[in-house]
Write a protein that binds this ligand. Structure first.
Ligand SMILES: Cc1cc2nc3c(=O)[nH]c(=O)nc-3n(C[C@H](O)[C@H](O)[C@H](O)COP(=O)(O)OP(=O)(O)OC[C@H]3O[C@@H](n4cnc5c(N)ncnc54)[C@H](O)[C@@H]3O)c2cc1C
Ligand code: FES
Length: 284
């Protein structure tokens, strides 16, 4: 079978490749990580920040970021929050179940392509750490090759909504500065309480010479970018990941349009200078 269709798109972009769930972990009460292996053994490469369209057969298809690192030799990894019909079906998958995967699609964080000796600050809200996880893994690994310091600032509504606690500990052990905060405390939490923006001023990064990657709810990304700007960070050094309803993933259907951008193709990772004018636009 040819690898491209008559429309010129790679077959993997149009036809879901069957993947088996080979492992599953509940991250929080409503967030599940699935590890997936292709039935035909043909793993796809991807860049951190990109997403796949995942199909729960008979229910539907949704966009979900890859939460693995591109250098991870293991199975494909996606972390899904149960918010509706399709994500519920995906989160309900057991080991052995089969789902569809189309992709990967979209722009990436570019952390290895744009390696820098300067600081990189990663700011995540809730499950926003999932699309950033691969980038942090790459950044932490690059520290051994002389790349800049890594700061990971994580916020969640409540302590039991913090994801990837094992990764946070491993990144800190590997030399990253890892700070977490919750909006509302709970019994047993002795850490910082406050919005993720309250971590910025004392985190210790060089505001004049850094790049920042942000993923979370749009309001959190807007306030974080503004606070960074006030601290002296150049807005041209800030990147955000934007989410809109995706259908084709190929720049054909227009469902993901945001101003002049088709976010499946020109996003999800967009420079804040371009994104800031568009982030108030409602989904079509
Ligand atoms: C590029 C991209 C990457 C994404 N990565 C992840 C990820 O790594 N993990 C994850 O859990 N989710 C991710 N999402 C969001 C995910 O696609 C939606 O949660 C999903 O489409 C909801 O579908 P549903 O049928 O389960 O719920 P629906 O019934 O369609 O929606 C339920 C609720 O979720 C809201 N919603 C629907 N679509 C989105 C969306 N795109 N963004 C935010 N809220 C939405 C709806 O407004 C509604 O309130 C990503 C979305 C995009 C566009
Ligand atoms: S999802 Fe169809 S154009 Fe982007």
């Amino acid at each position: 079978m040819a690898n491209t269709t008559e429309l010129g798109a790679p077959r993997s972009a149009l036809i879901p490749a069957l993947h088996r769930v080979v492992a599953r972990r509940s991250e929080t009460a409503d967030v599940v990580t699935l590890w997936l292996e292709p039935l035909d053994g043909a793993r796809c490469s991807f860049r951190s920040g990109q997403f796949n369209m995942l199909s729960a057969f008979g229910v539907g298809e949704v966009a979900v970021s890859v939460s693995a690192s591109p250098s991870d030799p293991g199975p494909l990894r996606h972390t899904v929050r149960d918010v509706g019909a399709v994500t519920h079906a995906l989160c309900s998958c057991d080991v052995g179940d089969v789902i569809g995967v189309r992709g990967p699609f979209g722009t990436d964080w570019g952390v290895t392509r744009n390696a820098t000796p300067n600081d990189t600050v990663v700011v995540a809200g809730g499950i926003g750490l999932a699309p950033l996880r691969g980038a942090v893994e790459e950044l932490v690994a690059a520290r051994h090759e002389g790349a800049g310091r890594v700061f990971v600032l994580v916020g969640a509504r409540e302590p039991d909504q913090l994801v990837f606690l094992d990764d946070l500990a491993a990144w800190e052990k590997a030399g990253a500065v890892v700070l977490s905060t919750v909006d509302r405390s709970a019994p047993g939490w002795s850490g910082h309480v406050g919005l993720v923006t309250t971590l910025l001023a004392n985190a210790g990064f060089d505001a004049r010479h850094c790049r920042v990657l942000i993923c979370g709810p749009e309001i959190m990304m807007r306030f974080t970018a503004r606070a960074l700007h006030e601290l002296g960070v150049d807005p041209a050094s800030i990147w955000v990941s934007l989410e809109r309803n995706m259908q084709c993933g190929l720049g054909w259907c227009g469902h993901c349009q945001l101003g002049p951008l088709l976010l499946c193709r020109d996003g999800p990772v967009v420079g804040y200078l371009e994104a800031s004018a568009l982030m108030n636009e409602r989904e079509r």
